[in-house]
Ligand binder design. Structure first.
Ligand code: PAF
Length: 295
């Protein structure tokens, strides 16, 4: 495929699949002095993703959205094959939101034969989702590093819902001197508090009705910790029982950790967050909230 052929158009938005073509496009914007932002995604876009796009549009003259279902961050083959995909629907949403380029490369463009490099941020990865999904965080770090280098964007937008991922991405950009500013964007929630996720669509109606217990419990725990400056163990025990009594079948973790380095904390005596991952049927849901500093 020539560079000229690698350019479909979607209501004013270009769809680009090859890195060389993307770089050519970005070089033109840079020459014109335009700031470029990137919103990396795996598609199946919902309002949470679109809030990242809106933040990028506010800050940047040009916005690239990427859609790449990254095989290296899936530790279960069935999770990768079952991951929701709807490129045409996603392209409609991105074009309507004013995205300039959708970069949607095929797997071999990102991982050509013989690919062996891995980016790893071990201390931030050896807990929470990094423990329960072995290899996941290295897969994320590797592909995000590649997307930063491929797009050459000056700003990159990531949701706080994947807070551990956000910290890892910030750290790799700092450690590897990637000239990108990582911009955090607040979690978007449904009216009942459930954090938006592509996986919510897999819940049955009764699971969906019960799922808001996750955010309800986290916010109640955060308030207890802030009010009493208490030992986290009792509050975590209370939270576990609440969740398991209200439709969460299994917890991968429910933990209090520092908001900067993810150290586990016995009490919230520095900026902290509560993190949870739990299962409803075959669906794994994650969330996190900030804990206000105690008295
Ligand atoms: O959060 C996601 O959708 C993915 O982990 C990301 C950042 C696009 C990397 O594949």
């Amino acid at each position: 495929m020539t560079l000229a052929q690698d350019r479909e158009s979607y209501g004013g938005m270009a769809v680009v699949r090859r890195v060389a073509n993307l770089r050519q496009q970005v070089a033109g914007w840079r020459r014109a002095g335009e700031r470029v932002g990137v919103v990396p995604t795996m598609g199946a876009l919902h309002a949470g993703h679109m809030s990242l796009v809106e933040a990028a549009r506010r800050d940047c003259a040009r916005v690239i959205a990427t859609i790449f279902v990254n095989p290296k961050q899936f530790n279960r083959p069935d999770d990768l094959t079952g991951y929701p995909r709807d490129e045409a629907g996603d392209a409609d949403k991105l074009a309507a939101a004013g995205v300039d380029v959708l970069f949607a490369p095929p797997v071999e463009e990102v991982y050509p034969p013989g690919f062996q490099t891995r980016v790893s941020v071990p201390e931030l990865s050896n807990c929470l989702c990094g423990l329960t999904r072995p290899g996941h965080m290295d897969g994320v770090a590797t592909v995000v590093t590649k997307l930063f280098l491929m797009t050459g964007a000056e700003r990159a937008y990531f949701g706080e819902k994947d807070f551990q991922q956000l910290l890892i991405v910030k750290r790799l950009a700092r450690d590897l001197d990637v000239p990108v500013e990582v911009v955090p964007v607040e979690t978007v929630r449904d009216g009942d508090g459930l954090a938006l996720s592509s996986r919510n669509a897999l819940l049955t109606p009764s699971q969906r009705a019960e799922a808001p217990v996750i955010y309800r419990t986290l916010t109640a725990m955060a308030a207890k910790l802030a009010a009493a400056d208490s030992d986290a163990a009792a509050v975590l025990g209370w939270g576990r029982s609440e969740l398991l009594a209200a439709g969460i079948e299994k917890l991968d973790y429910l933990e209090l950790r520092a908001a900067d380095d993810l150290q586990e904390l016995p009490r919230p005596d520095r900026p902290a967050r509560l993190f949870v991952a739990g299962w409803m049927g075959g669906v794994r849901l994650i969330d996190n909230v900030a804990v206000p500093l105690g008295r």
